[in-house]
Ligand binder design. Structure first.
Ligand SMILES: *[C@@H]1O[C@H](CO)[C@@H](O)[C@H](O)[C@H]1NC(C)=O
Ligand SMILES: *[C@@H]1O[C@H](CO)[C@@H](O)[C@H](O)[C@H]1NC(C)=O
Ligand SMILES: *[C@@H]1O[C@H](CO)[C@@H](O)[C@H](O)[C@H]1NC(C)=O
Ligand SMILES: *[C@@H]1O[C@H](CO)[C@@H](O)[C@H](O)[C@H]1NC(C)=O
Ligand SMILES: *[C@@H]1O[C@H](CO)[C@@H](O)[C@H](O)[C@H]1NC(C)=O
Length: 428
């Protein structure tokens, strides 16, 4: 158990480029020379580093950005400035490397997310790559990820958006596993993907509020009058124990447009004691419960914990300069405005997350995917998904009326969330 993260700890022990000012001065000199000579020939110097020092990938920059950053002498940069924020960047078209897999090659995608199969006419949304400002995301290495999971259990816990990320990860990995050596099974709230030869499982546990609620049934959970039970995280938490990597999310189910009903007693009580809390306070209660659960049940030397921020939705196109009454339907390009932030991603909730995480000493890696996903009005499943009920003529005459602007097509945006998870796991 001591070497539970052999691959990542191996990488971690390597000297970090950022801490070596000598190397930075050297690089600055090389780049300055490259600038003067107006040639990219010097960039060959970086390539051997990419092979031997995976860490350098994070701190190397594409040629055009390198020359820009060279205008500021590197010696004057603080440590903070050198560490690149992977969540701050832009979407770029990349036909060579995207998509990371084909929809038809991944049989695990639920029919709610197979957009091409359900007639989506455009494909551009699959050709975008996330480009952080000032550094590159490391390439997703499926075999490294699988080797790291050998003999381990990885678990995603949360709502359907976390399930999308879960499925995306399986799609990124499963091609390395022969047909007879993998399986996926569902037992109530738990879905388990098994890679037999690796003795590894990647699991998804349905708990849209993390705490016990009246929406916990894995199939029938569309309850309009949602009730969450205070202090009940162990109800689900006992099934998370022993996992080696945990990935939590929770957000959308808390946003009801009114106050959240919190049950103080038990769901079995005949007379239920219910209080109503503002969304933010109810959500804060869940964050506190989750952080406490992690502190009490997780050995940080053995288990790595992630928390994914709010997944944005795109229900009102006027917010990005579109027509009144429109939504993500018929959207095929991302939002270009770098400051765009949709009203569905409550800033007050982001603030609660920030406050509770800062207060807590528990080591949790925060995947702040909200801003980068906010740009992707084009990446939702929209009308191109399995419809469980037949559509009415009224709906058919107005496709926006039944467009799903919450969930995301696969392959697509959520593959990037996993690239970020991969980066944080191996290049912390
Ligand atoms: C991916 O990781 C494996 C280790 O599992 C390593 O041997 C291989 O070189 C890596 N591939 C790339 C392209 O970095
Ligand atoms: C398989 O992994 C589990 C943990 O997920 C561990 O308890 C078990 O000993 C492993 N079995 C083998 C044969 O390695
Ligand atoms: C984790 O490992 C460090 C160093 O190996 C050790 O000092 C610490 O006590 C360990 N923590 C726990 C909770 O086991
Ligand atoms: C979809 O968008 C295109 C151009 O962006 C526009 O020409 C077309 O009318 C739109 N279709 C619908 C049904 O809104
Ligand atoms: C997540 O990123 C957004 C946009 O960059 C930022 O405004 C927010 O404060 C971040 N959240 C936290 C909790 O750090």
């Amino acid at each position: 158990m001591a070497t539970s993260f052999s691959a990542s700890s191996l990488l971690r022990t390597k000297p970090r480029l950022s801490s070596s000012s000598y190397l930075f001065t050297f690089l600055a000199f090389i780049l300055f020379s490259a600038l003067i000579l107006n040639t990219h020939d010097f960039l060959f110097i970086f390539r051997p580093h990419h092979k031997t020092h995976p860490n350098t990938v994070l701190f190397s920059k594409p040629a055009d950005e390198l020359t820009q950053s060279n205008t500021v002498p590197n010696e004057e940069k603080t440590e903070e400035e050198r560490v690149c924020d992977l969540f701050n960047g832009r979407w770029v078209r990349d036909e060579l490397t995207r998509p990371l897999y084909e929809e038809s090659e991944c049989p695990y995608i639920q029919p709610q997310l197979t957009c091409q199969e359900h007639g989506r006419p455009d494909k551009e949304y699959r050709r975008l790559r996330w480009q952080p400002h000032g550094c590159d995301l490391p390439k997703f290495n499926a075999s490294l990820m699988l080797e790291t999971l050998r003999g381990k259990r990885m678990m995603f816990i949360g709502d359907s958006l976390n399930r999308g990320q879960y499925v995306s990860l399986i799609c990124l990995l499963h091609h390395l596993i022969p047909e007879h050596a993998k399986s996926m099974e569902t037992f109530d709230s738990l879905t388990v993907f098994t890679a037999k030869e690796y003795n590894a499982t990647i699991e998804f546990y349905w708990a849209p509020f993390l705490l016990e609620s009246n929406s916990d049934n894995a199939v029938i959970h569309r309850v309009t009058d949602r009730i969450v039970r205070k202090g009940s995280i162990n109800k689900h938490g006992r099934y998370w124990k022993g996992a080696d990597i945990l990935v939590f999310n929770t957000y959308l189910w808390w946003v009801t447009g009114s106050k959240m009903k919190i049950l103080l007693g038990s769901f079995k009580d005949e007379v239920k004691e219910i209080v109503e809390l503002p969304t933010e306070e109810a959500y804060r209660m869940a964050m506190k419960s989750m952080l406490r659960w992690v502190r009490m049940n997780i050995d940080p030397n053995k288990t790595k914990v992630f928390f994914t921020s709010m997944s944005p939705s795109h229900g009102k196109s006027i917010e990005w300069g579109g027509q009144e009454g429109g939504n993500c339907y018929n959207e095929t390009t991302p939002i270009e405005d770098p400051s765009y932030w949709g009203s569905d991603s409550l800033k007050s909730i982001m603030q609660v997350i920030g406050e509770e995480f800062r207060k807590s000493k528990v080591p949790i890696t925060f995947l702040n995917i909200t801003q980068l996903s906010n740009y992707r009005k084009d990446a939702h499943t929209s009308i191109y998904k399995k419809q469980w009920n037949p559509l009415t003529p009224e709906q058919l005459s107005n496709p926006a009326s039944y467009s799903d602007c919450i969930h995301w097509c696969l392959p697509g945006l959520q593959d990037t969330w996993n690239e970020l998870l991969f980066a944080k796991l191996f290049y912390p």
